[in-house]
Design a protein around this ligand. Sequence first.
Ligand code: HEM
Length: 459
Amino acid sequence: MATYPPGPQDGLLGISLLRRFRADPLEFITDAARQYGDLAYMRFGPVRTYFMFAPHLVREVLVTRHKHFRRPEMLIRPLRQIDGNGLVLSDGDFWRRQRRLMQPAFSTRRFDIYSEVTVHYTRRMLDTWQSGVSLDIADEMTRLTLPIIAKTLFGVELEGRAAELGRAVHTLSEMVFRESGYPVHLPDWLPLPSKRRKRWAIGTIRGLVAGIIRERRASGEDRGDLLSMLLLAVDEEEGGGGMTDAQALDEAITLFNAGHDSTAAALSWIWYLIARHPHIESQLIAEIDEVLPDRDPTYADVARLPLTELVIKESLRLYPPTWSLIPREVVEPLELDGYKIPRGAWLYTFPWATQRDPRWFAHPERFEPERFAPGRVDEIPPYAYFPFGGGPRICIGAAFATMEMVLILATILRKFRVKLAPGQGEVVPEPLIAIRPRGGLRVSLTRRSEPALTGQRPS
Ligand code: HEM
C-alpha cells in the first residue's frame, strides 16, 4: 500500500506550497484537482494535508467518518477572538448540546414570520433605490441581510447601525482570514493601524450583541426567537442547565456573522450571474410575474417559484460562498481509499473544486440552472454538490438562507432590473471566509413599469 497519495512536492517542508495556497487558493486547488484527481497529499509546514476532491471522499469526511475529526485549533485560533466557542468552532458533546438547543429556531414553523421580516426589509431597501442609478450590490446585500438576521434571530432593529456593523464584519473577515493558519501572531494590543482596526471591529460587534443580550435578560421576556432560546435554554435531555451569558454571547455572535455574510456573498454572485444571462433573467421575471402579479411574496410562495430556486442552486454551485469547509483534523487515524491517514493530519474539502469538476458537471463553467431540475438533478452524484456542507455539521441555516434568497430575489425583481454597470470591469472572486467579488460589484438599476399603472405586462 502506498503511504501517501500523490501530490505536489516541496523541498522546503511545504512552506512554499503553503505560501502559494494562501496567495491564490482558488487557483491552487483548481490545479491540484485537475492534476491529481480524487485526492492529493502535501505538506503545509508541519501539517500533513489531504485535499479530498472526489464526492465519495467528501461523504466519508463529512458523514461516514465524522467522529474521527475535530476543528484544527491552530487554524481557528484567530476566529475564536470573535466567535469564542460558538457553534461553528465548538466540538464534541458541547457542540452537540448547543446544536440541539438552537435547532428549534431554524424550524420551518417559524418561517412565516422570518419571511415577513425579509420582505419588509427588502422593501425598505427598494424605497432608497432609484432608476438609472448605479450602486455596489455586494455592499447593498450585506446592508440588507444584517438587519434581517438581527430582527429574525434577536428581535432588534439595527436602524442606522447596519452600515457600521457591515464594515466591522468585513474588516474582521479579511483579518481573520489572513491570520488563520499561521501559528504565530503579533499580539492584538500592538499600536499598529491593522491591530487598531481589528480591536475596533471586535469591540463594535461584541458591544452590540452584548447590549442586545443585556436588554433581553433585563426584560426576562420569552419572545420565542433564537435569543430567547439561548437565554432561557434548558436542556431537557441532559437534565436542565441553561446557557451562561458568556456562552450565549458566543453563540449569538456566531449566528450573527454566519447568518448574514455567506448569504450576502451568495446574493452578490446571483446578481452577477443573472446580469450576465439576460435570457435567464427574462425567465425568472416571467415566473415571478405569474406568481406575484400584484403583491409581494410570502413564505407560501417560495414553493411556487421553482426556477428562482434553481437559479440560486446553480449560483451556489459556481460560486459557493464557503469555497473551503473548515479542514478536519484527524484525532483517530483512519483509512481512506487505501491510504492510512495519520493522527494530526488535516483533511480539506472544497465545494469550489468539486462543484467545478467536469466529471460531475458537464461544461462546469456554464451557468445552467436546469441541472438541478427534477429529472436531471439525479445525474449529480451525492456530495458532488455541497455548498452548505453535509453530515451532522451541515449548515444550520441552509433552509433559512434559501428561503431568504428566494424572497429577496422575487421582491427585487418585481420592481427592478439589475444590470452590470458600464464601468464594472472584470469580476474577480476574492476568497476570504466567504468568496466575494473583489472590490464589490457595481450594477445599474432600472425600475420596471408598474403593471397596475400601465395595465400591461411589465417589461
Ligand atoms: C448562502 C448562505 C450560506 C452558506 C453558503 C452557508 C454555508 C455553510 C457551510 C458550508 C457550513 C459548514 C461548514 C463546515 O462544515 O466546515 C455552514 C455551517 C454553519 N452555518 Fe451556514 N451558510 C449559509 C447561511 C447561514 C445562515 C443564514 C446561518 C444562520 C442563520 C448559518 C449558520 C451556520 C452555522 C451556525 C454553522 C455551523 C453549524 C455546525 O457546525 O453545527 N449559515 N454554513
